[in-house]
Design a binder for this molecule. Sequence first.
Ligand SMILES: C[S@@+](CC[C@H](N)C(=O)[O-])C[C@H]1O[C@@H](n2cnc3c(N)ncnc32)[C@H](O)[C@@H]1O
Length: 279
Amino acid sequence: MNYKNVPVLTNKTLAQLKELCDNQDTCSVTVSLDLNQSTTEIRIENGMVVLPSGETFTIPDSFSPELNVCYFVKDGLLYPLQFFDQVRGFSYQLVPTSFRPILRISATQMHKKPFLDRLEKERPSGVGLDGGTGLGYSVIVASRTATHVITVEWDPNVLEMATYNPHSRELFERENIRTILGDLTKEIKSFKSDWFDFIIQDGGMPKSSGEFFSQSHALELFRVMKRGGNLYFYLPRKGITKGRDFGQEQITRLRKAGFELVERDMDGSYGIFRKPTMT
Ligand SMILES: C[S@@+](CC[C@H](N)C(=O)[O-])C[C@H]1O[C@@H](n2cnc3c(N)ncnc32)[C@H](O)[C@@H]1O
């Protein structure tokens, strides 16, 4: 898969441009065409948006600013970054924020700022494993300090969405990232023992991640991890309102597999584990 490299705008920016197109003959305005990574001056001419490349597009009357998604421009047309997969029964949306966008799969928002900030601070080195890929944010952060990172994602729709996201660009362009399309809990069985210097695990919600949170997967993670290696595990708050501590249940599974708990961050919903240097 390749990064699409098309202009991407938020619904808010488009609402602002629509207003100008409806009320001004000609003007210039500065906006972001890559979701807050940079700004560009564009022109409004006779109800049309003119991009610096010369490409033009119109914002249709059917455009609804209330639909909180990102849009891309291709061949003079505007498309919302949202779709529904009838076979899987899931909808996918690229939702704008004031920084990088969030992927929403049906009702679940994949938003992990504290987890990503922590990974950035840790500066992992050596060879890493990341599952699942999502929009690639965690693997991109890790790849900036690691030698090589393998990332595994089982949903092709998620990777397709990432190809449009300017903040996912490095996922497709960094040579030290290898992306595998498959079920991590199956793919891991073909990986060598004691291979990874660090592992990142962020599978989203347990109900839609297969065996990601199982005891057998915890044992596989332990097998492929080098002694002394760190495991960064996102611990979802499943059942928290009913008094259930799913995070603690996962900690128990990982300890049973042999990992030591180094730290649990309750607010950030993650745990850091280590494979002991001596067993
Ligand atoms: C919360 S997102 C990951 C976010 C990602 N770490 C990031 O920073 O952008 C969870 C992802 O895990 C994927 N996933 C869930 N279970 C999986 C499995 N068993 N194998 C591979 N990918 C899986 C989901 O499809 C989803 O894209």
